[in-house]
Design a protein around this ligand. Structure first.
Ligand SMILES: Cc1cc2nc3c(=O)[nH]c(=O)nc-3n(C[C@H](O)[C@H](O)[C@H](O)COP(=O)(O)OP(=O)(O)OC[C@H]3O[C@@H](n4cnc5c(N)ncnc54)[C@H](O)[C@@H]3O)c2cc1C
Length: 248
């Protein structure tokens, strides 16, 4: 039985479109920080499950997730209503391409995210191993509205001199309104942070965002001399889509 029944411990709304929640952790549930797992709800005996990045780190005794609320989404229209004590089903198998093993150590690691694509990077920035592997870490989170800047206070309070947090808000008044992908490509991101221009020999890039942004950045990186991690080995950039577009 790959799925086990777990209990909702807490729910934290961020905006009308996003919320976080924690679950009890199945015994023997092993994962690497940055991985995802499928979780779901049972309705009339049928399990409806979707992929979710794990926000919490592997050393904690609970599991934490950041979720979108798609009003007519089969899973999230229901998941948005969970309360402490409810059941959520968690697969025992985790996987993913955004772990520290997916990029070689280096000078600066750029973690570029949109929306709920922030989730795996919260796990990574909470992990002291990130700061041992890289001299500097840049976390960019691009969203449409300020309320969608989930975990903003926690990130700012981490007090890691090596971590540069760059929130960007595209549809409301905010100090930085550009898309993170554009800031990276133009070189403006590193310039503003006083970092050297990104260099495939020394720096690393991790991307988790909407399919269009992920595709766009993958193309840009390949065209400018970066090598993706894949079956040929560990490269200097790695990507994961934060969701797939449903064409039903
Ligand atoms: C590898 C992977 C990791 C994922 N991790 C997360 C995660 O950590 N948190 C999370 O909320 N979702 C995540 N997703 C998406 C998730 O699996 C579901 O798609 C989402 O929970 C919505 O489920 P649903 O059944 O309500 O709607 P679905 O039928 O799955 O989706 C309906 C539509 O909603 C849109 N949509 C779906 N998910 C998102 C999203 N996250 N942000 C913006 N628009 C979206 C798409 O246009 C999609 O076509 C991940 C997907 C993949 C492939």
């Amino acid at each position: 039985m790959p799925y086990s029944e777990q209990t909702v411990q807490s729910v934290r709304p961020w905006s009308d479109k996003t919320f976080s929640f924690t679950l009890s952790r199945p015994p023997d549930f092993a994962f690497e920080n940055g991985e995802f797992v499928t979780i779901g709800l049972k309705r009339e005996g049928k399990l409806l499950a979707r992929a979710y990045s794990i926000v919490s780190t592997a050393d904690r005794d609970h599991l934490e997730f950041l979720s979108i609320h798609v009003p007519d989404g089969p899973l999230t229209s229901e998941l948005a209503r969970i309360r402490p004590g409810d059941s959520v089903w968690v697969n025992s198998k985790t996987t993913g391409t955004l772990t520290l093993k997916h990029v070689r150590p280096g000078r600066v690691v750029y973690m570029l995210s949109t929306g709920t694509g922030l989730a795996p990077f919260i796990s990574l920035i909470r992990d002291p191993a990130l700061y041992a592997r890289f001299e500097q870490a840049v976390l960019v989170h691009s969203v449409r509205t300020v309320a969608e800047l989930a975990y903003r206070e926690e990130i700012e309070a981490l007090n890691r001199p090596q971590l540069h947090y760059v929130p960007t808000v595209t549809r409301e008044t905010f100090p930085t309104r550009e898309r993170g992908a554009d800031l990276f490509r133009s070189g403006e991101l590193s310039r503003r942070l006083g970092l050297p221009a990104p260099d495939p020999e020394r720096d690393r890039v991790m991307v988790c965002g909407n399919p269009e942004m992920t595709r766009e950045l993958t193309r840009y990186l390949k065209d400018t001399g970066w090598t993706p991690t894949g079956h040929r080995g560990v490269g200097n950039f790695t990507t994961e889509v934060a969701f797939v577009v449903n064409h039903e």
